[in-house]
Design a protein around this ligand. Structure first.
Ligand code: LMR
Length: 327
């Protein structure tokens, strides 16, 4: 979709039906992945529960697949109060808070249980409010899974990737992570990754089993390493003024709907991660590269020095809480 068309759509959502919205009001919920993903399914579930309870007052319009906005645009639109809900990856908030950089530190979380423990604790919960002064309120976390590395050539050790360009989310930490192994991190919107891989503009990428499978990245990435080197997690965000202006009872209904939808989305994330991993494993032209404990150590030693540059910005307390959650 062209930027012009997106702007027209957004204008339609925002300004046209003011009178028509009086009853019901349309709430815009945008995301960048397919409906058949943890996030896509969570968004649909949220819509269903909200409308079951408050359908005469609110309709939730879900825009998947970046059809309305990419994540960067969605975060700006939330901050300005132009749309109501979005679920960007926690890697995409660098402009709004340095604290969320915690999630991009390589090899910080050994598994998704550690991520969950960190988020349920006081530090993880406080991060939901870390952008309130910018108009962005976090309502909860949704998982996707651990990230895997892939490339268009066979690789086993960090030096095999020297000189290659990898698509990254727009995150300085991820840029440094690839620098640390002699490769380049190229920030790119999720919607452009398939084309970037197909054209050879980028030779590699990092993402979860679910995204590699659902977006068919494997068609141009025959080598996928089971690296589990990072995490892709999401924050459900809304505009703080919109949220605080809701009548108490309605806000409770939204909270209930979101709580249920997140439980469901997180269960889907676990199931899809396993299913899509298995699907990729069974493909003839996809080679999964497993790491021995010794090989894993080499990758960790290459990437973990990136942490040192971020302790000041993220805060030692936040890093310590994340480490403790992984023990
Ligand atoms: C990405 O840009 O790789 C992810 O944020 C996509 C997603 O799952 O939202």
């Amino acid at each position: 979709m062209t930027l012009h068309l997106k702007k027209v759509l957004l204008a339609l959502c925002l300004f046209l039906p003011v009178a028509a919205w009086a009853n019901p009001q349309y709430l815009v919920f945008t995301h960048v992945v397919s409906p058949d993903t943890p996030k896509g399914k969570m968004a649909t579930m949220f819509k269903t529960i909200v409308e079951r309870k408050m359908g005469s007052k609110y309709n939730v319009i879900v825009h998947p697949n970046s059809e309305l906005l990419d994540d960067g645009e969605a975060i700006t639109a939330i901050a300005r109060g132009e749309i109501h809900f979005a679920v960007p990856s926690v890697s995409k908030f660098e402009e709004y808070t340095p604290k969320l950089k915690i999630y991009d530190l390589p090899f910080l979380f050994p598994n998704m249980d550690a991520v969950e423990r960190f988020q349920e604790g006081p530090v993880g919960q406080s991060l939901l409010k870390s952008m309130e002064s910018k108009g962005i309120l976090g309502l909860g976390y949704l998982h996707n899974g651990l990230k895997q590395l892939s490339a268009n050539k066979e690789f086993h050790k960090p030096s095999d990737l020297e000189g290659l360009s990898f698509r990254i989310m727009d995150s300085e930490v991820l840029q440094k992570q690839f620098q640390a192994i002699g490769a380049f991190g190229m920030p790119m919107a999720f919607a452009d990754v398939y084309e970037g891989l197909a054209s050879g503009l980028i030779q590699g990428q990092e993402n979860t089993w679910s995204n590699i499978y659902s977006k068919k990245f494997y068609e141009h990435q025959p080598y996928i390493m089971e690296s589990n080197h990072g995490v892709l997690d999401y924050m459900v965000i809304t505009n703080s003024n919109f949220w605080n202006s809701l009548p108490e009872e309605e806000r409770r209904h939204f909270e209930y709907a979101l709580g249920m939808a997140l439980k469901y989305g997180n269960a889907v994330a676990i199931a899809k991660s396993k299913n899509d991993h298995d699907e990729l494993r069974s493909m003839k032209n996809v080679n999964l590269i497993e790491l021995s404990p010794k090989e894993l150590q080499v990758w960790q030693q290459a990437m973990k020095p990136v942490w040192d540059a971020y302790e000041g910005e993220i805060g030692k307390d936040v890093i310590d809480a994340a480490i403790a959650a992984g023990k």
